[in-house]
Design a protein around this ligand. Structure first.
Ligand SMILES: Cc1cc2nc3c(=O)[nH]c(=O)nc-3n(C[C@H](O)[C@H](O)[C@H](O)COP(=O)(O)OP(=O)(O)OC[C@H]3O[C@@H](n4cnc5c(N)ncnc54)[C@H](O)[C@@H]3O)c2cc1C
Length: 372
């Protein structure tokens, strides 16, 4: 394994592997350093819902990346050895009562405003459209602009295709520090040795602040736990992604299991499963989709979404070193934004400019203006 490359990427999650894919597609020599295994972080836990929406208000800067990534993930699949198990049934946003109706109205308005062929459905209509829904469902809407994939196929697809083009990956390498001087990378230090590169990308998910802790820099990314239940497999019953109240959702995977997730819990790096959450989930899921209450739970697990203080990701160089780039903090939507992030980072490095503006995602937005 070499100890130098044009670009070193720290972290083999969906963001690091997407960067490796887009850089190697354009001929850059890439080395990924991963302390554990691919998908060892948040990328091993998601529902992998890819939808357009939820980009109103302060999230508006994400909209161009949202549309781009939605299309780009389907495009890169053609380059991959294994299909992504895309399920394109669209999404049903389900309200169980009058309060729920008010909660989903802004999502409906945004989806309509973006020109998607959405329909508002009363309780009877939505149950006709999705017979798995129970009698207590009050109303909802359908948005066709939503699909979901197998997340394991996505990050392994990015990485394996990058490797086919010459990228390399070293497992079991924990990066401890990156030394920079005069806009240059001096050294990447790891527990397994030292590495050299022209550019370094930090894609360490919730661990990104720790990797950069020796720099005098605020990276306000924290872990946000999500607990997940996976049921036994059943025959294919629905292609709809079902969004319920309070950020709970259900999808049926290509292999027939139901994936039930997931609240956002700010409890640090605490990955225990709590009965309190599972009980809450079970109540909501059983009310909305009664079938689920009768299924066996096969697995429960938790993952740490890397959430940034203002809910926008960080994509860009650190102040004072244009060659040390952070790509992290995608929170609940890192799968969704993986392709557009990887592409943008490759443009930043290879062209010095990007197709879509990255202003809103700069690292230095968190620096006090007096310090700047
Ligand atoms: C329950 C749940 C459901 C989700 N559902 C969705 C969804 O439906 N749609 C969606 O778009 N997103 C979803 N997400 C969010 C998505 O999974 C994350 O935003 C995304 O996986 C973050 O990817 P990442 O590569 O930035 O981080 P990670 O996947 O955490 O990868 C970081 C990698 O860096 C490695 N690393 C850390 N420190 C070091 C070090 N010092 N040296 C070397 N390597 C290091 C880690 O081992 C890890 O592999 C969900 C997340 C959870 C937890």
């Amino acid at each position: 394994m070499p100890n130098n490359a044009d670009v070193i990427i720290v972290g083999g999650g969906v963001i690091g592997t997407a960067c490796a894919y887009f850089l190697s597609r354009r001929g850059a020599q890439v080395l990924v350093l991963e302390r554990n295994h691919l998908g060892a972080g948040a990328s091993g836990a998601p529902a992998a819902i890819i939808n357009i929406g939820g980009t109103g208000g302060p999230m508006a800067p994400l909209r161009p990346l949202s549309i781009e990534s939605y299309n780009l993930i389907l495009e890169v699949e053609k380059d991959f050895e294994h299909p992504l198990e895309v399920i394109r049934g669209g999404a049903l946003y389900v309200a169980m009562d009058a309060q729920g109706v008010e909660e989903i109205r802004p999502d409906y308005a945004e989806a309509c405003e973006m020109g998607f062929d959405c329909s508002w459905l009363d309780g009877a209509d939505i149950r006709r459209m999705e017979p798995l829904l129970g009698p207590q469902v009050a109303a909802g809407f359908y948005n066709p602009a939503c699909y979901h994939v197998n997340p394991f196929r996505l990050y392994t697809g990015y990485m394996n295709t990058a490797v086919r083009r010459g990228a390399q990956i070293a497992y079991g390498v924990k990066v401890t520090d990156v030394k920079v001087q005069n806009d240059r990378i001096v050294q990447v230090r790891a527990d397994q040795g030292e590495y050299q590169a022209d550019y370094v990308i930090i894609a360490g998910g919730a661990f990104t602040p720790r990797i950069l802790s020796s720099l005098d820099l605020e990276i306000p990314i924290v872990p946000a736990r999500g607990q997940v239940i996976i049921t036994e497999p059943c025959p294919a019953m629905t292609e709809h992604l079902l969004f319920l109240v309070d950020h709970l959702y259900i999808k049926q995977t290509a292999s027939g299991n139901f994936y039930l997730g997931s609240h956002t819990e700010l409890v640090g790096f605490e990955n225990r499963i709590t009965l309190e959450k599972l009980t809450t989930y079970a109540r909501v899921f059983a009310k909305a989709v009664p079938l689920v209450a009768r299924l066996r739970a096969l697995r429960v697990f938790a993952g740490f979404r890397p959430i940034c203080a203002d809910n926008l990701p960080i994509i860009g160089p650190i102040p004072g070193c244009s060659r040390l780039i952070v790509a992290s903090g995608h929170g609940r939507t890192g799968i969704r934004y993986s392709a557009s992030t990887g592409k943008a980072v490759s443009e930043l490095i290879l062209d010095g400019k990007t197709e879509h503006p990255l202003e809103a995602f700069r690292v230095d937005r968190f620096i006090n203006p007096v310090q700047k």
